[in-house]
Write a new protein. Structure first.
Length: 144
């Protein structure tokens, strides 16, 4: 059952900006802020979406991660990580039994994966373009 609360004339701070409007909270997560006709709705909608995802990850992420790993192990699926950025993330991937790391984003994370015998794969565009379009580590640097 979903619990829903609506606050009229609420004040919310997003990225150091005070926003006043009607706030809807469903199951403990902010799901909507209506600020009226003068708001930058797209920006606010994205910020609310990001906030909702952050809250959802904090609330359910560990449980979902454990269930995913357990399911993969139960069915004998190969586990892969995606976009590991830190040594800690590579350690967690290894602890879960990952054998493949898709596109680690830093040299440190890629090295940590390699040190734990996790195979590294990178996208062909990264190699062809000479680097990541989003500024992450270049495939060429990892191959050397």
């Amino acid at each position: 059952m979903t619990s829903r609360t609506i606050f009229a004339n609420a004040k919310v701070i997003l990225q150091d900006e005070l926003i006043t409007g009607m706030v809807t909270i469903s199951d403990g997560l902010i799901t909507r802020i209506d600020t009226g006709p003068t708001s930058a709705a797209d920006t606010i909608d994205f910020e609310i979406h990001a906030l909702c995802l952050t809250q959802l990850r904090a609330r359910l992420g560990d449980r979902h991660e454990r269930a995913t790993v357990a399911g993969a192990q139960r069915y004998g699926a190969t586990l892969a990580s995606h976009d590991d950025a830190t040594i800690g993330q590579a350690q967690a991937s290894a602890a879960h039994g990952a054998s493949v790391a898709e596109c680690p984003t830093t040299l440190e994370a890629a090295t940590a994966c390699r040190d734990r015998e996790i195979w590294i794969i990178m996208g062909a565009p990264n190699l062809v373009w000479g680097g990541s379009p989003s500024g992450n580590v270049a495939a060429r640097d990892l191959a050397q």
